[in-house]
Design a protein around this ligand. Structure first.
Ligand code: ADE
Length: 255
């Protein structure tokens, strides 16, 4: 069971996120628990203002430190075991390996910034780590928090249901996943690969592994650079290389 606690000034953004698919099932089956804390509830004054102009000038607004600090302290008091993450484009890049590590945490407090960012002094004592979901700038951390929660939840054993396991996912093996097919056997003239209909489990396993290697080679060769390929993979790639050389040799003699 992982506790996800999101801190935001737009708690309603999460309502539909909690209500569908694996996230909803995870909540119902008590694999995860979720709560949203409204940072505005911790702001002072009649208007409960959460932002202010930046010292030193410049455009945009900055999230005031007091309400964010009070909201984090409130969350940490309720969930002392949780790890506190700030979603920011300046954070460590999120990937499958990090998702796997976070899936081992008992709780995650996800602080969602808005405007130009949060007052820097929040980072010093109240946040364990900063996380980015990619090199682009969103209007707030809420979507990033949802991405993190989604990727982490599906790694909790039992959330995906049935026979499915996250072990064969793209990235979990270090390779992209093999292609999937379902009925009909023939779709607009395109056939399902024969081997998948053969019932020969060893042949299917080998075909899928080789399809993964080829896909990764074509779509994300960077993933293969630091990947420890098996001796079967190396043998397969050596054969591919030989076949390519033969094909290219035939072409160069033909022209
Ligand atoms: N907030 C704004 N942009 C973000 C990003 N790329 N990742 C995480 N949080 C963000």
């Amino acid at each position: 069971m992982i506790n996800f606690i999101t801190l935001t000034i737009f708690p309603e953004m999460f309502n539909s996120f909690w209500s569908y698919g694996i996230i909803r099932k995870g909540i119902e089956q008590k694999k995860i628990s979720v709560s949203t804390i409204n940072i505005r509830d911790f702001a002072e004054g009649k208007h409960r203002v959460t932002d202010d102009r930046p010292y030193g000038g410049g455009c945009g607004m900055v999230m005031k430190p007091e309400p964010v600090a009070a909201a984090i302290r409130h969350a940490r008091k309720k969930h002392p075991e949780a790890y506190t993450l700030l979603l920011t484009p300046q954070g460590q890049l999120f990937n499958q390996g990090l998702a796997q590590k976070l899936a081992d945490q008992p709780g995650l407090i996800l602080v969602c910034g808005r405007y130009e960012g949060i007052d820097e002094r929040i980072l010093e004592h109240l946040v364990d780590d900063e996380l980015s979901i990619g090199d682009y700038v969103l209007t707030g951390g809420e979507l990033a928090a949802m991405v993190v929660i989604d990727a982490v939840t599906r790694l909790i054993p039992g959330t995906l249901g049935g026979e499915y396991s996250a072990e064969e996912d793209s990235f979990s093996t270090g390779l992209l996943e093999y292609p999937h097919y379902t009925r009909p056997r023939s779709f607009e003239g395109a056939e399902v690969p024969e081997v998948l209909l053969s019932g020969n489990h060893a042949a299917i396993k080998e075909w899928r592994r080789q399809a993964s290697v080829v896909r990764t080679l074509l779509k994300r060769p960077d993933l293969l650079m630091d990947k420890h390929l098996s001796s079967d993979d190396i043998r397969f790639m050596t054969k591919l290389q030989k076949d390519l050389k033969t094909i290219m040799g035939n072409h160069s003699t033909a022209s």
